[in-house]
Design a protein around this ligand. Structure first.
Ligand code: UGA
Length: 443
């Protein structure tokens, strides 16, 4: 089948590569000429395991192309995927400018039947607005071209996106047109394992399903962070509590890890956008507001720990940071807990020596020239001359470090762990002050 994808961000690129991988003829289009040039050189604008080789293979076999030529892309694909960004507006609602401009572009050039698919995370009602934009342009052209608008939200996790796309748990298709639904069904057939993964519904329910999934996951995390804060105060160990509650299959072990607060390009933005949607229809989303507030508070947790340990004054102190990305296996630092912590530390007059296995370029781009910020070549180098080690991302390489070396390199044996990677008792017996999330320190 012929597929065109607007937007070569993380979602568009993964979607394009995976559709090509199963034999479709895919064109990815972007307005950013530099990015298209980069992709045509074989360089990936993002780090995502498995993506680079998949893109290279499919380009070499002629199934995947990158272009800035929107007209050619519209004429190419029977499916027109919209996978452009929906950044938050000032009031937290999703900014649909890019989505609607793609809708307009499609309507400007389409001269044959098209299925227009919203893959971007968009608020309920967006498919109607896409339809309005398309109708408006077709009217202006005096053209009559049949088309359908489908909502097909993505559920990819950064760092595992290729796997998530190739082996989906579900494919949500929101569609009011039976023919278009059948077409989507065929397009996604190669990704069915064991049974049909496609769940079809009306457009609005599909749009809401995307937000509901992310908001539910964010709620689980904020719930656990709240419990961790209570555990701290009552002298309980959240790790034991986590294991204790997860055993109940109604609760389960997924997404109940307390931490330094959730980040990334999705949860913070989507929880806010869903709350905004609720306000717009005169509903006060108390739970969603609390989820966001708890997360904001959690992003100060590590800073507060450091401040308490060092007697309230961090001026002139230097801290080693392990992990800058918002989670492992990505170079993405959007809304990462590391950023809030570093910014608080700089404000308090402290400096930072950081290491991340993948996010160094991104960190350089964001904070390169900042005084008080040094990027180090290895986790060990970051420790040199620091007053404490702070762990912000649970990269595997941090899970089993050489604690003797950590002790020797730090000025003081202090570890503040935002991901609960270690057991408190053995670290205490090695002479460390070990602070984790919701775990009682061992004297
Ligand atoms: C999230 C969803 O998991 C995907 O299903 C969804 O498709 C995606 O958003 C999206 O809307 O595009 P992602 O943002 O890549 O994926 O990352 P997650 O793995 O969900 O992690 C989000 C944040 O939650 C990270 O900062 C992570 O450290 C934190 N987290 C996760 C916790 O603090 N505790 C947990 O138990 C799990």
């Amino acid at each position: 089948m012929r597929v065109s994808i607007f937007g070569t961000g993380y979602v568009g690129l993964v979607t394009g590569a995976c559709f090509a991988e199963v034999g479709n003829d895919v064109i990815c289009v972007d307005v950013n000429a530099d990015k298209i040039e980069q992709l045509n050189r074989g360089d990936m604008p993002i780090y995502e395991p498995g993506l680079e080789s998949m893109v290279a293979r499919n380009r070499a076999e002629g199934r995947l192309q990158f272009t800035t030529d929107a007209q050619a892309a519209v004429q190419h694909g029977e499916f027109q995927f919209i996978a452009v960004g929906t950044p938050p507006d000032e009031d937290g609602s999703a900014d649909l400018r890019h989505v609607l401009s793609v809708a307009d572009t499609i309507a400007t050039w389409m001269d044959d039947e098209r299925v227009i698919v919203d893959k971007s995370t968009v608020p309920v009602g967006t498919a109607d607005r896409v339809r309005e934009a398309v109708d408006h342009r077709l009217r202006e052209r005096g053209a009559r071209v049949p088309y359908a608008v489908v909502s097909n939200p993505e559920f990819l996790k950064e760092g595992a996106a290729i796997d998530d796309f190739m082996k989906p748990e579900r494919v949500i298709v929101g569609c009011d047109d039976a023919v278009a639904r059948e077409k989507l069904h065929s397009l996604y057939a190669p990704f069915n394992r064991n049974h049909d993964r496609l769940i079809s519904m009306d457009v609005r329910s599909a749009e809401l399903t995307k937000y509901a999934a992310n908001a539910m996951l964010a709620t689980k995390i904020s719930f656990m962070n709240e419990l961790a804060n209570i555990a701290d105060r009552v002298g309980a160990d959240i790790e034991r509590v986590r294991i204790g509650i997860g055993a109940d299959p109604r609760i389960g072990y997924h997404f109940i890890y307390p931490g330094a607060g959730y980040g990334g390009s999705c949860f913070p933005k989507d929880v806010q956008a869903l709350a905004r949607t609720a306000h717009d229809v005169d509903y006060v989303p108390q739970l969603l507001q609390a989820v966001e507030e708890v997360n904001d508070r959690q992003k100060h947790y590590l800073f507060n720990r450091l401040r308490e340990h060092f007697g309230g004054d961090l001026a002139g102190r230097r801290f080693a940071l392990w992990g800058l990305a918002f989670k492992p296996n990505t170079d993405d630092m959007r809304e990462a807990a590391s950023r809030r912590l570093m910014e608080s530390l700089w404000e308090a007059g402290a400096s930072v020596q950081a290491f991340d296995p993948k996010a160094m370029d991104e960190a350089r781009r964001l904070y390169g020239d900042r005084p008080g910020f040094t990027l180090c070549d290895s986790p060990e180098a970051a420790l040199e001359g620091c007053d404490a080690l702070v762990i912000l991302t649970e990269w595997n390489q941090f899970r089993s470090p050489d604690f003797d070396l950590i002790r020797a390199r730090l000025n003081e044996p202090v570890i503040v762990d935002g991901r609960n990677l270690y057991e408190p008792a053995p670290l205490a017996s090695r002479g460390f002050y070990y602070y984790a999330i919701g775990r009682p320190p061992v004297a």
